[in-house]
Design a protein around this ligand. Structure first.
Ligand SMILES: Cc1cc2nc3c(=O)[nH]c(=O)nc-3n(C[C@H](O)[C@H](O)[C@H](O)COP(=O)(O)OP(=O)(O)OC[C@H]3O[C@@H](n4cnc5c(N)ncnc54)[C@H](O)[C@@H]3O)c2cc1C
Length: 433
C-alpha cells in the first residue's frame, strides 16, 4: 500500500484521510494517509494557528463537511456504499453524537464558530484513528520512489519521513506583515492582541485585504471603539459572494468547469472568491457606518509620528496618501509558501514538470484532474493551486468529498473494484523515523 503524506491537519487532510479510511473499511484499495501538523487537528481554526481567535463564524455552511457533496462516482457498483459510509463522519453525525443536533436545527442551522469547526475536525480524526505526526514540515526532497520529508517537533527533534505521495494544504504562515512597524500588525499579531484584549486604542484603523481573513478581522474590529475602519483592496468595491444556486453549484460540482474558457473561469473566481466577503460578514458590516472601502494597492508604508501613512496606487489616477493609527495586514496567505520547503533537487524536478521557473500561473496551468502536478512521477497534490484548471471549490471548503475522490481515485485506476474486496489490509508501516 502506498503512503500519502499530508502537510497540515486541516479540512483537506481530514477529507482525504476519512475517504481513505472508508475505502479500506469497504475492502477497496486506498493509500495509507499520514498527516503532519505542528499544532492540533484543525489548528488554523483555533487561536494557536494565528488566523482567527476561534470565536468568529464559518462563512460557508458546515454541511459542506469532509464528505460533501457525497457524490462518489468512480467505484462502479460501490458508490452508494462509499457515500453512505462517509455520512458517519458528517457535520450532522457529529452534532447527533454530541447531542446538539435538535438545538442546531431549532436555532436555524447557524454557522459554527471556528473553534467548533476545529472540534468537528478533531472528532472526525478521532473516529478514523487519524495517523498524526506532531511537528512542522521544514524541508522536502525527492526520494528514489517518492518524497523525503523532514519534520521538526516542538523540542527541535528532526524526523525524516518517507512517503510515496505528498499533498500540501493550508495558506502558510500568518505572521507576515506589510512592514516592520509597531502600528502595522500581521494577522497573527492581530489575533494575539485581540485574544488578550490588548488591541491598541485607535481612532482610524485600516484593514488591508478583502477576503475571509479580512472579514473575520473586521468582524472583531467593529466590536471595539474606533471612529473609522477603512477596508483597503484594489477592487472597485467590496463584493459579496452571491451564494445563489448557480454560483454554488459550480463550487459543489466542478463537472462543468472544464467546459468553460479560461477567461470565463477567471471571471467566476474573481466574482465569487478572490477578495469577496461572505454574505454573513457583509451583512454585519453594512449596518456599521464606521466601515468604508478605500480602493487601491498599498505601495508604501511610512512612519508619520503618531501613526502610519499608506500610499495607495490606483493607476492611472495619482497616488493617494492616508494616515492611520493602526493597520492590519489581512491580505491572507502566500499561495506559493510551500516552495520554501522544497530543497534544490525538489525545485528542479518541479521546474522540469511545469516547464520553467516556478510562478503561480505556471503551476496552476500544470494541475491535473487528480489535483496533482502533471508530469511528476511522484505525486504532488496541490489542491490550493487547482482552482483555475479543475474547479473553484478545491482550494476551500466547497467540495471536500470531491477533492478526496480526485486524489484517491488513481489508487484504483485499472483495478476491478465492483463487488470484490481488494487490498483491505494495512501494510507494514513505511513512514517512520
Ligand atoms: C479566518 C478565515 C476564515 C475562513 N472561512 C472560510 C469559510 O467559511 N469557508 C471556506 O470555504 N473557506 C474559508 N477560509 C479559507 C480556508 O483557509 C480554507 O477554505 C480551508 O481552511 C483550507 O483548508 P486546508 O485543509 O487547506 O488548510 P487549513 O485549515 O488552513 O490547515 C492547514 C494546516 O497546516 C498546518 N501547517 C502549516 N504549515 C505547516 C508545516 N510547515 N508543516 C505541517 N503543517 C503545517 C497548519 O497548522 C494548519 O493546521 C477561511 C480562512 C480564514 C483565514
Amino acid at each position: 500500500m502506498k503512503t500519502l503524506l499530508v502537510v497540515g491537519a486541516g479540512p483537506k487532510a481530514l477529507a482525504v484521510a476519512t475517504k481513505s479510511h472508508v475505502l479500506r473499511e469497504l475492502g477497496l484499495p486506498a493509500p495509507r494517509v499520514v498527516v503532519v501538523e505542528p499544532h492540533a487537528v484543525g489548528g488554523n481554526w483555533l487561536p494557536s494557528g494565528g488566523w482567527t481567535d476561534g470565536r468568529h463564524r464559518l462563512g460557508t455552511s458546515p454541511e459542506k463537511d469532509v464528505g460533501f457533496p457525497y457524490h462518489t462516482t468512480w467505484a462502479r457498483g460501490r458508490n452508494r456504499e462509499i457515500n453512505e459510509a462517509m455520512h458517519d463522519f458528517s457535520w450532522t453525525a457529529f452534532l447527533v453524537d454530541q447531542g446538539g443536533y435538535a438545538e442546531w436545527i431549532d436555532r436555524g442551522r447557524p454557522s459554527p464558530q471556528h473553534h467548533v469547526w476545529a472540534k468537528y475536525l478533531q472528532w472526525v480524526g478521532h473516529r478514523i484513528d487519524l495517523e498524526l505526526v506532531q511537528g512542522r514540515v521544514h524541508s522536502i526532497a525527492p526520494a528514489a520512489d517518492g518524497w523525503l520529508v523532514s519534520v521538526t517537533d516542538a523540542d527541535g527533534v528532526v524526523t525524516q519521513l518517507d512517503a510515496d505521495e505528498l499533498m500540501i494544504t493550508g495558506p502558510g504562515r500568518s505572521s507576515r506583515a506589510l512592514a516592520d512597524h509597531p502600528k502595522v500588525l500581521s494577522i497573527s499579531d492581530f489575533w494575539e492582541l485581540a485574544g488578550r484584549r490588548a488591541l491598541p486604542v485607535s481612532s482610524r484603523v485600516a484593514v488591508i485585504g478583502g477576503g475571509e481573513t479580512a472579514g473575520s478581522a473586521l468582524d472583531e474590529l467593529v466590536c471595539h471603539e474606533m471612529l473609522t475602519v477603512s477596508v483597503i483592496s484594489p477592487m472597485a468595491t467590496l463584493y459579496t459572494r452571491g451564494e445563489s444556486y448557480f454560483e454554488n453549484a459550480l463550487y459543489s460540482d466542478p463537472g462543468k468547469w472544464a467546459g468553460l474558457s479560461l477567461e470565463q473561469r477567471r471571471d467566476v473566481i474573481r466574482r465569487t472568491d478572490r477578495g469577496v466577503f461572505s454574505v454573513r460578514v457583509q451583512e454585519s458590516l453594512l449596518g456599521d457606518n464606521r466601515v468604508h472601502h478605500l480602493q487601491g494597492r498599498v505601495t508604501r508604508v511610512r512612519d508619520s509620528g503618531e501613526g502610519v501613512t499608506l500610499t495607495l496606487r490606483n493607476a492611472p489616477r495619482p497616488d493617494e496618501q492616508h494616515v492611520f493609527d493602526l493597520v492590519v495586514d489581512a491580505t491572507g496567505g502566500q499561495p506559493l509558501w510551500f516552495l520554501d520547503l522544497f530543497d534544490g533537487d525538489a525545485t528542479d524536478l518541479l521546474e522540469l514538470a511545469v516547464g520553467g521557473p516556478l510562478t503561480q500561473p505556471r503551476i496552476e496551468a500544470a494541475m491535473g484532474y487528480d489535483l496533482a502536478v502533471a508530469n511528476l512521477e511522484a505525486k504532488l497534490y496541490l489542491p490550493n493551486m487547482s482552482a483555475l484548471t479543475q474547479g473553484p471549490g478545491f482550494p476551500n471548503l466547497s467540495c471536500l468529498g470531491e477533492l478526496s475522490d480526485r486524489v484517491l481515485r488513481p489508487a484504483v485506476d485499472g483495478q476491478e473494484v465492483a463487488g470484490r474486496a481488494v487490498g483491505a489490509r494495512v501494510a507494514p508501516a513505511r513512514v517512520g523515523s
